[in-house]
Design a protein around this ligand. Structure first.
Ligand code: SF4
Ligand code: SF4
Length: 195
């Protein structure tokens, strides 16, 4: 009898928990239903990618030590590291480096594991070409400084939804002084350290 009562109690507890999760999910749905669609007039207006956006990879030739860690950690062994051994200085010398963005899945593993930090992910997302082979970037193309939406005088940069002030849904005509909703990661760290 006791076992039966315990089972009923557990079942009731799980039902309440499930109802709570459904309620939380629906609250997000209802929250979205209140929002109006917003048009971003691309290419005259562009959204500013988030701080951790994983766009086109930037490569610094002089920092690369040809260790090929980026190749080993890449799920598809994509980066091509062309080097030769220099007998005079007894070191590998990089000749050529390339990444084909037609194949890359922008997972960021190569950036994460590169021991000299010569790879970094940029906020550049406009990689459309007529020929997919044009997406195979050599070290010169990879070394090009990243394009920034906020630096382009011809474009109106708009904040992404997550970076809008609390209660705002439209990124147009916003007072730039109004901060985003919630705290930035560095604010959270600073608050935790001051406790
Ligand atoms: S981002 Fe990922 S898929 Fe692209 S080259 Fe780096 S490790 Fe490979
Ligand atoms: S992991 Fe970094 S240093 Fe090593 S070959 Fe790749 S880009 Fe060069």
């Amino acid at each position: 009898m006791l076992k039966f009562l315990k089972q009923v109690g557990d079942y009731a507890k799980e039902s309440v928990q499930a109802a709570k999760y459904i309620g939380q999910g629906l609250s997000v749905t209802f929250d979205h239903m209140r929002r109006r669609p917003i048009s971003v007039l691309y290419p005259y207006e562009k959204l500013i990618p988030s701080e951790r956006y994983r766009g086109r990879i930037h490569f610094e030739f002089d920092k690369c030590i040809s260790c090929e860690v980026c190749v080993r950690v890449c799920p598809i062994n994509l980066p091509v590291v062309d080097w030769e051994f220099n007998k005079d200085i007894k070191k590998k010398q990089l000749k050529h480096y390339s990444i084909d963005f037609g194949v890359c899945i922008f997972c960021g593993n190569c950036v994460e594991y590169c021991p000299t930090n010569c790879l970094s992910m940029t906020e550049e997302y406009e990689l459309a070409t007529y020929d997919r082979h044009d997406l195979n970037y050599d070290n010169v193309a990879l070394g090009r400084l990243p394009y920034k939406v906020t630096d382009d005088p011809m474009v109106t940069a708009l904040r992404e939804f997550a970076y809008l002030p609390k209660g705002e849904v439209d990124p147009h005509d916003l007072d730039p002084k109004r901060g985003r909703a919630g705290q930035r990661p560095e604010d959270i760290v600073a608050a935790a350290q001051s406790d």
